[in-house]
Design a binder for this molecule. Structure first.
Ligand SMILES: CC(C)(COP(=O)(O)OP(=O)(O)OC[C@H]1O[C@@H](n2cnc3c(N)ncnc32)[C@H](O)[C@@H]1OP(=O)(O)O)[C@@H](O)C(=O)NCCC(=O)NCCS
Length: 162
């Protein structure tokens, strides 16, 4: 089992995040999350970028945008070697907890329709599929929109009654 350290991403991490996004998220699609685009998102005031490190290796990352009414997860990825160890869950929970501190209770995202594993992952965290967008990815692949209302506590994080 790996030991991760979660912390803020630095601008110098943008190229690694972009290359991981290409391989983990955009495989078989045109590369849209280039180093320049990732860096541009990280520079936005409303963006939070968190990475997980295993010593010097970047094991996972999440980039989210905090809006007026909701938080949008723009990028989430966990490197193959670090999957099914609860890292993806920790990264999403970090965004959810900071969203609530900011007074935002809706978390939104899009996921590739063909990525059943990612859809299962979000469903396991209480996210619901709300819509399908034709050709969302470079006009060639559909997206599923998913969201979670954080006011609806799941069994996972609901305090136990005595
Ligand atoms: C989706 C992703 C982030 C999950 O990361 P992870 O660290 O492996 O996920 P976790 O270990 O936190 O899994 C939490 C739960 O999600 C579900 N889950 C995770 N991966 C799954 C899979 N491949 N198939 C089915 N369910 C899955 C399980 O219920 C899991 O709990 P369990 O391991 O106790 O059964 C990772 O697989 C990934 O980076 N995929 C490629 C990129 C991507 O699709 N990103 C999301 C869209 S931007």
């Amino acid at each position: 089992m790996s030991t991760f350290t979660l912390g803020p991403a630095r601008m110098g991490d943008a190229p690694t995040i972009a290359h991981l996004s290409r391989d983990l998220i955009e495989a078989d699609l045109p590369w849209s999350w280039t180093p320049r685009r990732v860096a541009g998102l990280m520079r936005q005031r409303e963006c939070a970028a968190v990475i997980a490190r295993d010593q010097n290796r970047l094991a996972g990352f999440i980039l989210a945008q905090y809006g007026e009414e909701s938080v949008h997860i723009a990028l989430l990825g966990v490197a193959e070697a670090y999957r099914r160890q609860g890292l993806g869950r920790r990264l999403v929970q970090w965004v959810e907890e900071t969203a609530m501190v900011a007074g935002l209770f809706l978390v939104r995202l899009e996921v590739r329709a063909v990525k059943r594993d990612a859809r299962h992952f979000y469903a396991s965290m209480g996210y619901r599929e709300t819509d399908r967008v034709d050709g969302y990815y470079s006009g060639v692949e559909d997206a599923i929109k998913m969201s979670r209302d954080l006011r609806t506590l799941s069994t996972f994080n609901r305090p136990t009654s005595k």
